[in-house]
Design a protein around this ligand. Sequence first.
Ligand SMILES: N[C@@H](CCC(=O)N[C@@H](CS)C(=O)NCC(=O)O)C(=O)O
Length: 199
Amino acid sequence: MQLFFNATSPYARKARVAVLEKGLAGRVTFVETDPWASPAELVALNPLSKVPTLVTDTGAVVTESDGIIQVLDMLGGHPYLLPPDGPARMELLVRSGLCQGLIDASFIAVIERRRPAAGQWDDWVARQRSAVIRSLAHIATSFVLSPARFDLGDIALACALGYLDYRHPDLPWRQQYPAMAAWQDTADQRPSMIATSPN
Ligand SMILES: N[C@@H](CCC(=O)N[C@@H](CS)C(=O)NCC(=O)O)C(=O)O
């Protein structure tokens, strides 16, 4: 299999962490690329020119980090990153969906600031930052986090918080939510998180 990624993408980081957590590194060639440059090799596979993009051994091209992680979970053995069904899967989808949205809002705010200054929409950045702040408060009060578990929801949260540290260091989430910061510090010690750190 091939996994196209770039080193700072929080979405690609989710997929890279999942490969490592599943013990599939030996079956995956990691291909570093710049999706913004629309490289021919990537575009030929994925017309969206986005990372992560997974090419399976059967030639299936899978886009979207959550879809890729579901495929990895089907291909590899333990540990499972998603429960197969029932209330546990529902609970995981609640967590992973919100954390994906947290990444989206954080990412959109960064991309908006890359436009020429005259074309930037400050209210749009403020809206995304408000969504980030509200989501962090919601996660801190409603998620049950455990260092013993590292499923898709936890991978998404760890990559979201890592992206905030990397791209939004002015946000004082660590001071506001020390229990979440402690959880993240533990997650950051995992070999999969160390190997994929953007720093
Ligand atoms: N929803 C997608 C988002 C993927 C995404 O937007 N990746 C960015 C890099 S962080 C990208 O490749 N952008 C290139 C572009 O939009 O042209 C996922 O979860 O995989």
